[in-house]
Design a protein. Structure first.
Length: 132
């Protein structure tokens, strides 16, 4: 599995674009994706996940590419790391967990009033089987 970012620099108030590549030996029908953003001190500042009970297409056997956008991000300018996971609904154990696999820099001069810990809205994702 691999988690990458389509934009390594994110202007204040813009979206972070994520690409997650996963390889499965068996289909995963009731899956949940989760994504966490941590600041340079290692403190979680934002999170995203698919909702439980959502009617999503199963993840097929083989390689798949999952793309989604998170935001808008209103984080203090600086460097951030990202972790991504997938688990089966009703099971706390992750099938895949990529800890601090990706990083981005928040740019701009605007600053929130204090520490920001936010749950980012779920706006769906796209799933594309990879045939390479």
């Amino acid at each position: 599995a691999d988690c990458g970012l389509q934009n390594a620099e994110v202007p204040y108030g813009e979206d972070l674009r994520v690409r997650f590549i996963i390889q499965l030996d068996s289909p995963l029908t009731r899956h949940l994706f989760s994504f966490a953003i941590r600041n340079e001190s290692g403190i979680p500042v934002a999170a995203w996940r698919t909702p439980e009970g959502a009617e999503e297409a199963p993840l097929p056997i083989g390689r798949s590419q999952i793309d989604f956008s998170l935001g808008p991000l209103w984080l203090v300018p600086g460097k951030y790391t990202c972790s991504m996971g997938v688990r089966e609904e009703g099971n706390a154990e992750h099938k895949v967990w990529l800890h601090d696999q990706a990083a981005f820099t928040m740019t701009g001069s605007a600053k929130p009033a204090g520490p920001v810990i936010m749950m980012l809205p779920y706006r769906g994702y796209t799933l594309k089987p990879c045939n390479d």
